[in-house]
Design a protein around this ligand. Sequence first.
Ligand code: DC
Length: 228
Amino acid sequence: MIVAIDGPAGSGKSTVAHAIADRCGLTYLDTGAMYRCVTLACLQRGIAPDDPEGTAEVARSISIEFVPAESGQTVLLDGQDVTADIRTPEVDRNVSAVSAVPAVRKAMVELQRAVGEQGDVVAEGRDIGTVVYPNAEVKVFLTADAEARAHRRAVQREGGDAAVDKSATADAAAEQAILADIKRRDQLDSTRKEAPLRPAEDAHHIDSSRLGVDEVVDRIVRLMEEAR
Ligand code: DC
């Protein structure tokens, strides 16, 4: 079975997709981490994020691996652990430009489909239900208001988890900066020409602003049972 979870930055896709993978024994595929790896490799090699040939060449030549770890998974770029390096503000600032390059997307979609052919997968991203796996048995479009998303990311950067600790706080200035970046990326990701962020026609919409992780996961597991 393929479960596609799409939605904007910080809507809770990772937490929810992880939980579903654990609970139902599916392989977890974080496609955002793949675009982040391409972006990091471009930054390391001095390739401009909006250079279509340079970024495409990087996307085709790097190796990206996911290794299960105690707290989620480790991301390897050409064999190096880049789990933390792909989540820096510098990568945040450049990833929209890199992921808007059609040839970069083509290379990543090929890798993502190869994973889907190997078995049961829960994949999260922006174009999973529309482009990568249009025949996914379950499609979810997960949203949350921008403030809720910025708060979650800010808490996460400080090592906490707002989904678990409802009273968690983060530095207010950092949270405002994250909110501005999230709004900017929402705009870029949903208005780009190639595979813009949009719900598939047959996607189930879930707003996680005021729902706990377990409630969202329960809803998706019910959709999976109905689809079997
Ligand atoms: O989910 P994330 O914030 O880690 O994703 C990082 C960026 O990658 C995001 O700004 C848009 C892009 N992305 C994409 O274009 N298509 C995907 N399937 C996943 C992510």
